[in-house]
Design a protein around this ligand. Structure first.
Ligand SMILES: NC(=O)c1ccc[n+]([C@@H]2O[C@H](COP(=O)([O-])OP(=O)(O)OC[C@H]3O[C@@H](n4cnc5c(N)ncnc54)[C@H](O)[C@@H]3O)[C@@H](O)[C@H]2O)c1
Length: 269
């Protein structure tokens, strides 16, 4: 599914275009929540976007929504834990939109369970999506970035990796791995014109956070947790999208290996 560029084409911020030429971006988990906001924002700034989403219906609906607003977008049903499916979708993106030189690794799962009850299978599933999915997507797109001599990778981590999170030892460990991976990959790719950064959000109003709260996993609820944060509101997906968009711009080319907390001050320093 390919949609022609329309209203979104050529986003300009303060008179400075985001990029000197056309860009193609891949956003994983772009069907809803943070990934949907990032996909929309990158389209708004003038990129063509391929959504890699495990849920085919969500993927199609997201693409239709953004295309209806004028974005140039395609959607593929892809499980990022399936390396072959990732490789095929990267090839399809190259064919439909051109080589992808922006990658936003956003797809993630965030289960809650007591540490002693986490099974090996559950642990592996969290790492398969959050860690191996992130690493595999980077490997899959890297060839096109190296050829272009330009690339932007943004990995969505979590403030849980920095503060710890009750009932989320497996999840926090996986997001800590994403941050460490980001820093090391940045060192390896900087000389090739490719930046790699991480954005760890705190509480962002998405279906996943709403489900966690409804299931009672957030103690007395998000509103109570917010009372210990300098900015006492829940974050919005657009808060994350704005930070990701900045890191993907041409003029963020001197920023790499960084962990840009967009967390209402939950983590400082
Ligand atoms: N919402 C928050 O408060 C919060 C806080 C910290 C970190 N994060 C992180 O931000 C990212 C997005 O979170 P969200 O709240 O928007 O989640 P969400 O569950 O609302 O949306 C995630 C999307 O990713 C897709 N997805 C899941 N597994 C996938 C896979 N294997 N392959 C492809 N797509 C897959 C889902 O179908 C869904 O559309 C996640 O990595 C999450 O860990 C979120």
């Amino acid at each position: 599914m390919v949609h022609e560029p329309g209203l979104f084409e050529g986003g300009v911020v303060n008179g400075v275009p985001a990029w000197s030429g056309p860009r193609t971006a891949i956003v994983t988990g772009g069907g809803r929540g943070i990934g949907l906001a990032v996909s929309r924002r990158l389209c708004l700034e003038g990129a063509s976007v391929a959504i890699f989403e495990r849920d085919g219906d969500l993927a199609a609906a997201a693409a239709e929504e953004i295309a209806g607003e004028g974005g140039r977008v395609v959607a593929y049903e892809v499980d990022v834990a399936d390396r072959q499916a990732v490789d095929e979708a990267v090839a399809a993106t190259r064919q439909e939109l051109g080589p992808a030189t922006i990658l936003v690794n956003n797809a993630g799962i965030s289960p809650f369970k007591k540490f002693r009850e986490i099974t090996r299978e559950e642990l592996e599933q969290v790492f398969a999506v959050n860690v191996y999915g992130t690493i595999d997507c980077c490997q899959a797109v890297l060839g096109d970035m190296v050829t272009a001599g330009w690339g932007r990778i943004v990995n969505i981590a979590s403030s849980s990796a920095q503060t710890g999170s009750v009932l989320q030892t497996h999840y926090s460990a996986s997001k800590g791995a994403v941050i460490a991976f980001t820093r090391s990959l940045a060192r390896e790719l900087g000389s090739k014109g490719i930046t790699v950064n991480a954005v760890p959000p705190s509480f962002i109003d998405t279906p996943s956070l709403q489900q966690a709260e409804e299931s009672g996993f957030l103690g007395s609820g998000v509103e109570v947790l917010l009372q210990s944060m300098p900015i006492r509101r829940v974050g919005q997906p657009d808060d994350i999208a704005a930070a990701v968009a900045y890191l993907c711009r041409d003029d963020a080319g001197f920023v790499t290996g960084q962990v840009l907390g967009v967390n209402g001050g939950r983590v400082i320093g």
